[in-house]
Design a binder for this molecule. Structure first.
Ligand SMILES: NC(=O)c1ccc[n+]([C@@H]2O[C@H](COP(=O)([O-])OP(=O)(O)OC[C@H]3O[C@@H](n4cnc5c(N)ncnc54)[C@H](O)[C@@H]3O)[C@@H](O)[C@H]2O)c1
Length: 410
């Protein structure tokens, strides 16, 4: 094992250990040396990646896949490195005795159907985010999960990223004072469209492949991209937002899509706390940035690191505060860099060993299947993020302040 892999492996053990300390054993876990055979529903872009990462976790194998799009079968077999059971009907995969645990990575609008069917088996399941599409879907999924004995982990992989776990601990200890605001961005410069490989007069393939671009199957940018940020804001502020206000429009990609190519939303949390989310597809300047602002400092998360900054406590140098006398008139030099731009400088980068968050998330799922932990990204986490997105996605069309339903009493 090379040094990078060794460091990743020991960090993964530490992350799994930290997550398991607060947890109880599961009802009927897999033994430590038992193989775990996965069944994958929807091995598309994300499903193949999560499968690839799962297969790096010791003891995990894949038994079969279900997908309605034929080319996925050969692609999934290539990832697995061997022949698999393959079906276009996910119910045939769910019925198989040789599948121990499921991965659901189908399009958002199908999560309810696929997840409810898996939860009925009481077998463990990793379901990609957002866990549910509509408000009704989120409620049905939450209720079914509460009744099921399945281990359910939602694909909120940043809950497992070492630099975010370390930052959360520092935030919890008060290092940036009281967190009051989150500003989150996911800005890109692309059309968010996937190529359709063959002539498609009835647009069936277009809708199967580009389901994200159509309102009947997609929660738009606030759901597909913002759900990660909303989950982190929920973690920081506790609970979930009570209301959301938002807007969206098509400013560049007038190609028949029915979701916005940009959106801006403000999520209202108790105590006057706020999260502001912006997503663009015509300018990538901000990239994927997540800022937590507290009364004594700030922290910036990206998808690979975190940096702390502190509010200036020490008095400013005399010349910065100095008044200016010109033409015999005294003016205050109030707009100085020292006063208005206190964040110039490198900040305090969180020092952790990088582990791919999806790999960490897969390892934690397997630890849960083996009874060593309970998922940190559980159904409560998944519900709170998904319901916020679901309501937000309507609110950006109505442009009205809209209430977000709280966690149901299951
Ligand atoms: N956690 C993350 O960072 C992350 C990243 C990307 C995507 N995702 C999530 O993963 C999910 C899938 O996204 P994607 O980009 O892989 O989409 P995708 O379209 O590439 O993959 C979805 C797959 O599901 C298949 N499918 C469609 N209908 C089906 C049915 N009835 N039965 C079985 N399979 C069916 C499609 O053919 C496709 O292969 C979404 O929920 C998305 O939000 C998560």
């Amino acid at each position: 094992m090379d040094r990078r892999k060794f460091l990743q492996a020991s960090t993964l053990t530490a992350v799994a250990g930290a997550l398991s300390r607060e947890t109880n054993a599961l009802a009927a876990p897999k033994a430590l040396n038992d193989r775990i055979q996965l069944g994958v529903i929807g091995p598309g872009s994300r499903g193949k990646e999560v499968l690839r990462q799962m297969l790096h976790v010791p003891g995990v194998e894949v038994a079969g896949v279900a997908d309605v799009y034929e080319p996925r079968f050969a692609q999934a077999e290539a990832v697995a490195g061997h022949a698999l059971f393959k079906t276009k009907d996910y119910r045939e995969l769910i019925a198989r005795q040789d599948v121990d645990a499921f991965l659901i990575a189908s399009p958002l609008a199908l999560h309810r159907e696929h997840l409810l069917a898996v939860l009925a088996t009481d077998k463990p399941v990793y379901c990609e985010k957002a866990v549910g599409f509509t408000v009704d879907d989120c409620h049905a999924i939450y209720t079914a999960a509460a009744k099921s004995k399945s281990v359910l982990q939602v694909g909120h992989q940043y809950r497992y990223a070492p630099w975010i776990l370390a930052s959360m601990e520092r935030i919890r200890k008060g290092e940036i004072g009281e967190p009051t605001h989150v500003y989150a961005y996911w800005h890109r410069n692309n059309d968010w469209r996937r190529p359709v490989p063959k002539p498609d007069p009835d647009k069936k393939l277009e809708h199967l492949i580009n389901w994200r671009l159509y309102r009947e199957t997609s929660g738009g940018l606030v759901t597909e991209l913002g759900v990660h940020h909303i989950d982190l804001a929920n973690w920081i502020f506790g609970g979930q937002p009570t209301h959301v206000l938002g807007t969206n429009s098509i400013v560049r990609h007038r190609d028949g899509r029915s979701v916005g190519d940009n959106t801006q939303c403000t999520f209202l949390y108790d105590g006057g706390k706020r999260m502001v989310f912006s997503s663009l597809t015509d300018n990538a300047k901000q990239g994927n940035e997540f800022w937590v602002y507290g009364t004594e400092g700030s922290v910036q998360f990206t998808i690979e690191d975190a940096v702390f900054y502190y509010e200036k406590k020490k008095p400013l140098p005399k010349e910065v505060n100095a008044t200016v006398v010109e033409h015999g008139v005294e003016t205050g030099a109030s707009y100085s860099t020292g006063n208005e731009m206190p964040y110039r400088g490198p900040g305090d980068k969180v020092q952790v060993t990088y582990v791919d968050p999806t790999l960490a998330c897969c390892s934690a799922f397997v630890a849960s299947v083996r009874g060593q932990a309970k998922p940190a990204a559980n159904i409560e986490v998944g519900y709170r993020a998904a319901i916020s997105c679901s309501v937000a996605h309507d609110a950006v069309f109505t442009e009205e302040k809209t209430a977000i339903p709280p966690l149901p009493s299951a």
